[in-house]
Design a protein around this ligand. Structure first.
Ligand SMILES: [Zn+2]
Length: 477
């Protein structure tokens, strides 16, 4: 194993989250609808119909190209890729071949050791999706709902070398796609699909040997498992002195095995030519500028800024930039709270993230606003409420949308710092616990936690714990 190096390139198909399909006005994301309910003569390939390009699909493609550091071509064209397949009723797919929307590019992937792996982008183009077929009761059924859904096909250079690196690339790509808002990027729903090209060479060599293409992998874990299997298989083939044939392999999730589908077609088999029914796309500077006017700061840049500008530890910065709305929630909270930003980060990571997980929500969907959160932290800082009350206040604000101060007022949650009131309760606790008092006085000072706990319990958690502790210490001397 050790004398070989794997060379891996990934081909991804990204479903753009437009309302309608790329060449007609049928609903685009219809995977929950009944089969063949979102179709029209255009996307089901009837004779004589003409495609009309969806402007939003081009715009989302431009946003994605910008995120991948690709050059956007001022003029791009659509082409026909001819092949027969039952779920492609026209007999050709409208795609982009040599003059696609974008050219070149790269994506930087942080590695576990802190270094960056730069993955080059070889191809980035727009195209239409095909339908879906399935075998049921000995019949072949076809659903055309997915026909004409806009896709970006993106192909990386052979820059990845392990199954883990490939999985890491997909994880980062999924984060980026959601961040820039061009795709839901849910692999299980087919919004993000991945084929992997795998070949082996001796370590130190730069040649590219014959590769195989693995298809039908529907999760990041499956991509990792399939690539690992294929690297092992090719290693055995080389060691047995055999050549690797350029096969297309299909991953079988149930048996976790690879099956040979077919020998691979070459590009010439597809007889590409310019799509005569569509005009070229002229991307002038004004349109491009309008599309990219609110292009966001990307995850890695934002993470670096959280470290340098806010002084956050890398762990916090990584977690807070895992999702765009969470990172924006953090920024908004720091604007509303003038104290130590690490306190904001702690509250978000320890309490707000837990709340999000429990409710299966993103930060942008919380009723608890960044201003509410800032107000709650300020109430703790000002000694108005204690930490436990603050935690339950998060939930209450999120359920009702009322301001924290209002709830504190209405429910009498303010911390009790009235020393005569606390003194009364402390005296009561001491009177009720003669055994513990005797034990404490004979040296079991660990019982202080018990006494403070009793006081807090009698005062519904609202006592100033520090004040109660100080009083107990004096009175038990
Ligand atoms: Zn249609």
């Amino acid at each position: 194993m050790s004398e070989y190096e794997a060379v891996i390139g990934l081909e991804t198909h990204i479903q753009l989250n437009t309302q309608t399909k790329i060449f007609c006005s049928c609903k685009a994301d219809s995977w929950v609808d009944g089969p063949n309910t979102n179709i029209c003569p255009v996307c089901s390939g009837m004779p004589g119909v003409l495609p009309v390009l969806n402007k939003r699909a081009v715009e989302k493609g431009v946003v994605l190209a910008r995120a991948m550091n690709s050059d956007i071509r001022p003029v791009s064209y659509f082409d026909r890729k001819n092949y027969f397949y039952p779920d492609l009723p026209k007999g050709y797919q409208i795609t982009q071949y040599d003059q696609s929307l974008a050219k070149g590019g790269y994506m930087d992937i942080p590695q576990a050791d802190g270094s960056i792996r730069r993955v080059t982008i070889w191809k980035l183009h727009l195209e239409e999706d095909a339908g879906k077929t399935k075998n049921e009761l000995g019949r072949r059924l076809i659903d055309f709902n997915r026909c004409g859904v806009p896709l970006v096909e993106m192909v990386t250079g052979p820059d990845l070398h392990t199954a883990d690196e490939a999985a890491n690339y997909l994880t980062r790509l999924r984060q980026l796609l959601r961040w820039i808002g061009v795709s839901e990027a849910d692999m299980e729903k087919g919004h993000l699909r991945c084929d992997a090209n795998v070949s082996l060479r001796l370590k130190g060599e730069t040649i590219l040997n014959n590769k195989t293409e693995i298809k039908n992998v529907n999760s990041i874990e499956a991509v990792r498992a399939a690539i690992e299997k294929e690297i092992l298989r090719q290693t055995h083939e080389y060691e047995a002195g055999r050549r690797i044939e350029a096969w297309t392999l299909e991953w079988d999730e149930d048996t976790q095995t690879l099956k040979k589908m077919r020998s691979k077609e070459t590009e010439a088999d597809y007889r590409y030519f310019r799509e005569p029914d569509l005009l070229p796309v002229f991307m002038d500077e004004a349109w491009k500028a309008a599309i990219l006017a609110d292009f966001p700061e990307l995850p890695l840049a934002r993470k670096a800024r959280f470290i340098t500008e806010f002084g956050l530890p890398e762990y916090d910065a990584e977690l807070l930039t895992s999702e765009r709305s969470l990172s924006e929630y953090f920024i908004s909270t720091t604007l509303a709270y003038s104290g130590d930003v690490k306190r904001v980060s702690n509250w978000l990571i320890n309490d707000v993230l837990r709340m999000l997980k429990e409710n299966d929500k993103t930060a942008g969907e919380l009723v608890l606003t960044p201003q509410h959160l800032a107000e709650i932290i300020k109430l703790v800082d000002a000694n108005t409420i204690n930490t436990n009350t603050a935690k339950s206040l998060l939930e209450k604000v999120n359920q009702t949308g009322k301001s924290p101060a209002e709830i504190v007022q209405a429910e009498g949650l303010a911390k009790v710092s009235d020393d005569s009131l606390i003194r009364q309760v402390v005296e009561q606790v001491i009177a009720e616990s003669p055994k513990e008092v005797a034990a404490y006085k004979s040296g079991k000072v660990g019982l202080m936690g018990f006494f403070v706990g009793q006081v807090m319990k009698k005062m519904q958690g609202k006592a100033d714990a520090q004040m109660a502790r100080a009083m107990l210490e004096t009175m038990l001397m």
